[in-house]
Design a protein around this ligand. Structure first.
Ligand SMILES: NC(=O)c1ccc[n+]([C@@H]2O[C@H](COP(=O)([O-])OP(=O)(O)OC[C@H]3O[C@@H](n4cnc5c(N)ncnc54)[C@H](O)[C@@H]3O)[C@@H](O)[C@H]2O)c1
Length: 504
């Protein structure tokens, strides 16, 4: 698969801009002209996109797209109040991309739509802001990277930590040797997630277009197997990527950034399960509608560097371990962030706007603070849409691809091993041989304690152990597992195909 280096990219971008190219609405408006924005997907996160673009005087929201009529109308009314003019409301993003006056598409739909909307928009000459994870699988991330280069479009990934001064300063502190030599990062998503209700056959709400909602994902039968239409798709792998691919990309991105790894890992192994909901309901026959892991540990080897990502969705009051407790506090509050382990101390990214450096005894030695992280990220994107400087983007397509990729690769190991139920001893024996800068056995023991504290009976509902996967950074293929390669892309529905990167 051909890849473009920075120089080739700039030359294509410049050529397409100079030629006016196939691209309709390219660039930089006159200073008095506002850039027209279309936002797709408005139920939850779309509200922040409205805020970001409404706040910036250089943009105006001209169109919105939602397949839920009720959500679309509610948001159109809200924007009318904010801007004094109602945006055009669409159900189908393709119609919106044909509209005059739209320069930017901003995507906050479910994950399975991100890449296709991004590719279509760039083909139509729009710049794009795409929520994390920018892709539902590796193939889609690559398609976005290539499309941004081919069409010379600005692309911002919705990982707003990249525009946080606090995180930038903390990453610089690591790069400057502030904690000595640092080769290992632990990403944390200790975030309580309750069961989404029983697997079933539920009615599709009358106000939504399910065909368009499904888009690139095949139509399911029964159509809706979860109770709540919006948001809970995150925990159904047909559409979402579990918490490793939901909250995770914020932290996998920071982990890569701090370690300076701008590539995919060499190898990956995950263990975990969707556990604890039977015990919570006191019903052995209960089947939750989600099929992504709520407990997952993924170990990534980058040669001389290593990332371990821990996802916990059950009660998180106990079994965090001394570093996590020292940096994120003990007790039941969410613990979401990254710990960097240096030879002389630690850095913890504790919030999007707050990081701390510690010495080896966990005494705080430095704090990094900032505000307005989300606004700064939209502003950075808008700056680039005006200057046409792709290199000025804080979270370009490749950044988004690699960081989403960490989640996808971890999930592939988990999905392939899902039926490989293993005792704690078997997992311990397997992971103690895995190359890692973490103490793999201690992390497993903490995970097991955490599950026991949540009344998970591991004899009845054991953990699953995924295969150790070797990944080739250049070809973006696994070298030791054909079944894993099958999971790098999906079977697309006719009319909703995300093209291969070299065909966008
Ligand atoms: N950057 C962040 O901090 C952050 C925070 C929350 C969510 N997110 C991301 O934002 C995205 C949306 O999450 P959410 O919680 O708002 O989900 P949600 O399910 O609440 O909302 C998604 C919206 O997209 C609409 N939609 C679905 N298919 C569509 C289509 N084809 N065209 C137009 N609209 C469509 C739905 O009707 C719904 O209104 C996710 O990818 C999530 O990962 C990012």
């Amino acid at each position: 698969m051909p890849k473009l280096n920075r120089r080739q990219f700039s030359s294509i971008a410049a050529t397409s801009l100079m030629a006016g190219s196939a691209v309709k609405n390219t660039q930089a408006q006159s200073p008095n002209e506002q850039l027209g924005v279309c936002i797709a997907g408005l139920n939850g996160r779309g509200g922040e996109h409205i805020r970001g673009f409404d706040k910036d005087p250089r943009t105006t929201i001209r169109a919105i797209v939602d397949i839920d009529e009720e959500v679309g109308n509610r948001r159109a009314d809200q924007i009318a109040k904010l801007q004094g003019k109602r945006p055009e409301l669409f159900t189908d993003v393709r119609r919106a991309l044909d509209t005059d006056g739209v320069d930017i598409l901003s995507v906050a739909t479910p994950n399975h739509w991100h890449a296709l909307m991004g590719v279509w928009a760039m083909q139509a000459g729009k710049d794009v802001y795409v929520e994390k994870p920018i892709s539902h699988n590796i193939h889609e991330g690559r398609a976005l990277v290539e499309a941004a280069a081919r069409y010379g479009r600005m692309f911002q990934t919705g990982t707003q930590c990249r525009s946080s001064q606090a995180v930038k300063d903390a990453m610089q502190h690591i790069a400057d040797g502030g904690i000595g030599e640092c080769n290992f990062a632990r990403g944390l998503c200790y975030k309580r997630r309750k069961s989404i209700g029983a697997l079933g056959n539920y009615d599709i709400p009358g106000n939504v277009n399910f065909d368009l909602w499904s888009g690139p994902a095949s139509l399911t039968d029964p159509k809706l197997t979860r109770q709540r239409f919006h948001y809970d798709w995150h925990w159904q792998r047909h559409y979402g990527n579990g918490d490793l691919g939901n909250q995770g990309p914020h932290q996998t991105d920071v982990a890569r950034w701090g370690l300076g790894v701008n590539r995919h890992p060499n190898s990956i192994i995950s263990y975990g399960g969707r556990l604890g909901y039977k015990a919570e309901r006191k019903d052995e026959s209960y089947v939750d509608a989600g099929d992504t892991a709520n407990t997952e540990v993924s170990i990534y080897d980058y040669g001389d560097k290593c990332i371990v990502f821990e996802t916990r969705g059950l009660d998180i009051s106990t079994s965090s371990g001394k570093e996590v407790e020292a940096m994120f506090g003990s007790g039941g509050g969410n613990k979401i962030g990254v710990i960097f382990y240096g030879s002389e101390g630690y850095v913890a990214q504790v919030r999007y706007d707050y990081c701390k450096a510690f010495d080896k005894d966990f005494n705080t030695v430095k704090e990094f603070k900032s505000g307005g992280v989300g606004d700064a990220h939209f502003a950075n994107f808008i700056d680039a849409c005006i200057t046409r400087e792709y290199g000025s983007l804080n979270a370009d397509a490749m950044t988004g691809h690699l960081s989403a990729g960490v989640s996808h690769l971890g999930n592939i190991s988990y999905y392939l091993g899902e039926q490989n139920h293993a005792s704690t001893e078997e997992i311990e024996s397997a992971i103690s041989k895995v190359k890692s800068l973490d103490n793999n056995v201690v992390t497993l023991q903490r995970t097991v304690e955490h599950l026991r504290a949540n009344r998970v009976d591991l004899d009845k509902t054991p953990l699953s152990l995924g295969p150790m996967l070797q990944f080739d950074n250049e070809t973006e293929k696994f070298t030791n597992n054909d079944a894993a390669n099958e999971l790098l892309a999906r079977d697309y529905r006719d009319g909703f195909v995300v093209p291969a990167g070299d065909k966008v």
